[in-house]
Design a protein around this ligand. Structure first.
Ligand code: ADP
Ligand code: MG
Length: 374
């Protein structure tokens, strides 16, 4: 339940500038439309627990939410994007909760960057609406930009600028009051201490990516949109940047795009697979793997030759593929584990099992299944 209570009559008159400001403040924290009920009290109800209390000169606002981390950060409703005759996004809707780290996965050309450009107000959708922290991308685009940090694909930076000089420039664009403390904080957070006086053009790709992350976070946005933040990094840089993003994700809502399956599996709470402008899967990563119709596979090697027909009779086995006379690949139905029956089969037939291993369905196979050309 949320109570929005003002001790003063003046703060809730709908024609009063303060009431409008209070209402937008309220909207920002609750993601609900404020109902202003003059003259004294406005109360909006929804199921929740107490979250925090805010005060200003005129009013006291008690903010409640279902759970601290479950208020809405991004709401996308039915967006379509046309580039001329091409439809890059087709009626996409989704909601992202505060504090989630969401992986946007999809093949090249799926529409990931387009969606990110729309959320960050770089491109308008042809149809549909988007709000970030309760602010609409058309009506409150300045507020949206303030709430969002964006690392675009290919990380466009001024290569002739020095790292610190560039961060000062970005801080100036946001008109930050605490400019120097924010720059210090970003340099520390992204590990740029030793590179801060170097030209951006002289940095390695991993360090340029850190500069990109530092500029995206300098205004302390609540939402971070990272378009392929790890593409082109070497394995060491990849690990470092992933760690950095996971660290940042503890405090912020993050959407990152990638086509590396292991990356989303390792970093994200939730995975959205997008293909040809449409969402084809949206779930927690373990549930997405479970969605696959591809069955588990067991590889087994015996000390003697075995007949395919014998193996096919084992309970739960749906198909058998020969690797050689002694080594076989057994396909099992979804969620059925054939290993104990297989072992029993070996005992009954006086066979020694030299090797037995189970391959589980991977996120990669789900991705292939969901995005294969129809
Ligand atoms: P992704 O980031 O998933 O690779 P994009 O959002 O960049 O996909 O692109 C989606 C589709 O829209 C692609 O077919 C791409 O060629 C097309 N597209 C993207 N930007 C433009 C543009 N500015 N003009 C024309 N077509 C575009
Ligand atoms: Mg892209």
């Amino acid at each position: 339940m949320i109570c929005f209570i003002s001790p003063t009559a003046s703060s809730f008159h709908s024609d009063n500038e303060h009431s409008v400001r209070t209402a937008s403040f309220f909207r920002r924290y609750s993601n609900k439309k404020a109902t202003i009920a003059p003259p004294k009290v406005a109360i909006v109800f929804f199921p929740s627990v107490f979250l925090q209390e805010k005060r200003n000169n005129h009013s006291k606002i008690c903010i409640f939410a279902a759970q601290k981390n479950l208020s809405m950060a991004i709401r996308i409703q039915n967006i379509t994007k046309h580039y001329g005759a091409q439809k890059a996004l087709n009626k996409v809707s989704l909601e992202i909760n505060t504090g989630e780290i969401v992986g946007l996965l999809g093949p090249n050309g799926a529409g990931k960057s387009t969606m990110m450009k729309i959320i960050t107000c770089f491109l308008p959708p042809s149809e549909g609406s988007v709000s970030v922290n309760g602010f609409d991308i058309f009506e409150n685009s300045e507020e949206v930009r303030r709430s969002v940090g964006y690392l675009p694909e290919h990380n466009p930076l001024y290569h002739d600028m020095y790292v610190r000089e560039y961060l000062e420039f970005v801080a100036g664009v946001y008109k930050l009051k605490n400019k120097s403390s924010r720059i210090e904080k970003m340099i520390e957070l992204t590990g740029l201490e030793l590179e801060q006086h170097k030209k951006i053009g002289a940095l390695s790709k991993g360090y340029r990516q850190r500069v990109g992350l530092a500029q995206a976070m300098i205004h302390d946005p609540q939402v971070l949109i990272l378009d392929e933040p790890t593409s082109g990094l070497d394995p060491n840089q990849l690990i470092e940047i992933r760690k950095l993003i996971a660290n940042i994700g503890k405090e912020k809502t993050v959407i990152l795009s990638t086509h590396i399956m292991q990356e989303v599996e390792a970093m994200c709470d939730r995975i959205i697979i997008i293909d040809r402008g449409e969402i084809v899967a949206d779930d927690r990563s373990e549930n997405i793997v479970a969605m696959t119709s591809s069955a588990d596979v067991v590889i087994v090697e015996f000390d003697h030759n075995v007949d395919k027909s014998q193996l096919k009779k084992i309970k739960g086995v749906t198909n058998v593929t020969k690797i050689n006379e002694k080594k076989w690949k057994l396909h099992a139905g979804k969620n059925s584990d054939v290993r104990s029956d297989l072992f029993q089969f070996a005992v009954e037939n006086n066979l020694k099992v030299l090797e037995m291993s189970k391959e589980e369905a991977s996120l990669e196979s789900v991705f292939q299944q969901l995005t294969k050309k129809k």
